[in-house]
Design a protein around this ligand. Structure first.
Ligand SMILES: Nc1ncnc2c1ncn2[C@@H]1O[C@H](COP(=O)(O)OP(=O)(O)OP(=O)(O)O)[C@@H](O)[C@H]1O
Length: 251
């Protein structure tokens, strides 16, 4: 579980996150959604430690990331896996080398253990036999699978996904969404997904936090979201034609 308390972040005097509070549960896909420029990435970066907030707390299973000692901070970092937008694979490394990278950096496994672990994880994401391929030989969806494998290989307890569907066709997007959901349940990770894709929200969002101009305006489940009251959220949802017609049918 990750908790954020009274998180505040500004850049050059401009408030980007305004007193954000929230709980992201373990074994759940927690989505941070909102329009462009509303603070989603800054919130995720503040949670993982890439941006230090001006004030507030980020608690990883009760451990205060910004106030704990170096040893605790290091172990929290080791428990974090990230799927970056665009996958961010190393172009000059094979699939196997990409996926093994966190183990080389952070684990005490020997080479044979690392190889076994890489093979297991590649199999789990549906990429057995892709070990020797280069990223350039893979489709966008396969690259995301490699990114997911790399994010979870070190037994990550916390999985962060930044716009996991960017650049993917709708069918592949659903496959990647479902893989993220399955991994979350299977590995019991606290998963946080930044997205502005309402299809993903409806498909896999267990808990949704909606940001608007740096404020948390609403949170709830994907079954509650269609009836959520804030106007800014209704505008966001109804930008999706399919959801607009669904809403009209229900009214
Ligand atoms: N390093 C930075 N320095 C100054 N301003 C920043 C920095 N990072 C983000 N911002 C500003 O913070 C605001 C929120 O940005 P953020 O990237 O979190 O938006 P977002 O909701 O993730 O948008 P998108 O969906 O387009 O990625 C924007 O106005 C952005 O310009």
């Amino acid at each position: 579980m990750i908790e954020v308390k009274n998180l505040h972040k500004s850049f050059m005097g401009k408030t980007v996150l305004n007193n954000i509070n929230g709980v992201f549960q373990q074994g759940s896909v927690n989505m941070i959604i909102g329009a462009s420029g509303t603070g989603k990435s800054v919130l995720m970066k503040s949670i993982v430690g890439l941006y230090e907030p001006d004030s507030g707390e980020v608690l990883y299973n009760g451990r205060d990331f910004y106030r704990c000692d170096r040893t605790v901070k290091k172990s929290i970092r080791q428990e974090i896996g990230m799927l970056f937008q665009g996958s961010a694979l190393f172009d000059s490394k094979t699939v196997e080398q990409n996926v093994k990278f966190p183990l080389d950096m952070l684990s005490d496994y020997n080479e044979s253990e690392k190889r076994d672990r890489v093979n297991d994880i590649l199999k789990r994401v549906g990429l057995e036999n892709a070990n020797k391929k280069m990223p350039s030989e893979l489709s966008g969806g396969m690259q995301k699978r490699v990114g997911i494998a790399r994010a979870i290989i070190n037994n990550s307890r916390y999985l962060f996904c930044d716009e996991p569907n960017s650049g993917l066709d709708p069918q592949t997007s659903i496959l990647i969404d479902n893989l993220i959901k399955e991994i979350t349940v299977e590995f019991n990770t606290t998963t946080i997904v930044v997205s502005h894709d309402m299809n993903s929200v409806m498909e896999i969002g267990d808990h949704i936090m909606f940001l608007y101009k740096g404020d948390k305006v609403w949170e709830g489940t994907n079954t509650e979201i269609m009836d959520a009251e804030p106007e800014s959220l209704q505008h966001f949802i109804l930008a999706n034609k399919l959801l607009r017609s669904l809403k009209e049918t229900r009214n």
